[in-house]
Write a protein that binds this ligand. Structure first.
Ligand code: ZN
Length: 144
């Protein structure tokens, strides 16, 4: 049911400062820096093999990332696991008694579907489940 770690989300105060470590010191590449008004955040994507690190800088005070950073400072915010069928995964986890933040998957800007599991049910870790649209796995679904 779970295919791989899709990404690890890290909340940072300032992406430019964080890139000095993740890009310059660690030598990771940045594919994109995206403004995401829907999340109240700016996100930098740094792929590593089959997965990526996402640096998340809150830009509005009421965003999830801002609330996290106020409480806990910078650090790992969530781990995202790719699943092939998000509805099935949610139903299964519900049956096993896990507390879900999203009972129904949210749809992201590219049609991808995602849902969060409450950290209380996962030993303190916020887990995101992510299902790619078929066209998305082929990448560049937006071209042409
Ligand atoms: Zn994520």
């Amino acid at each position: 049911m779970i295919k791989r770690i899709d990404h690890i989300g890290i909340v940072v105060k300032d992406i430019k400062e964080a890139l000095k470590v993740y890009q310059q010191a660690l030598g990771l590449g940045v594919t994109e820096i995206q403004e995401r008004p829907d999340l109240g955040a700016t996100i930098a994507f740094l792929p590593i093999g089959e997965s990526e690190i996402e640096l998340v800088q809150p830009v509005t005070i009421d965003s999830d990332a801002a609330k996290f950073s106020e409480k806990r400072g910078e650090g790992i915010h969530h781990i995202c696991l790719e699943v092939d069928d998000i509805e099935k995964a949610l139903a299964d986890l519900r049956k096993k008694g896990l507390q879900l933040i999203d009972e129904v998957p949210r749809t992201g800007p590219r049609g991808e579907r995602l849902a969060f599991i409450h950290p209380k049910s996962a030993h303190g870790v916020l887990i995101e489940l992510y299902e790619y649209r078929e066209s998305e796995t082929a990448h560049d679904s937006d071209s042409q």
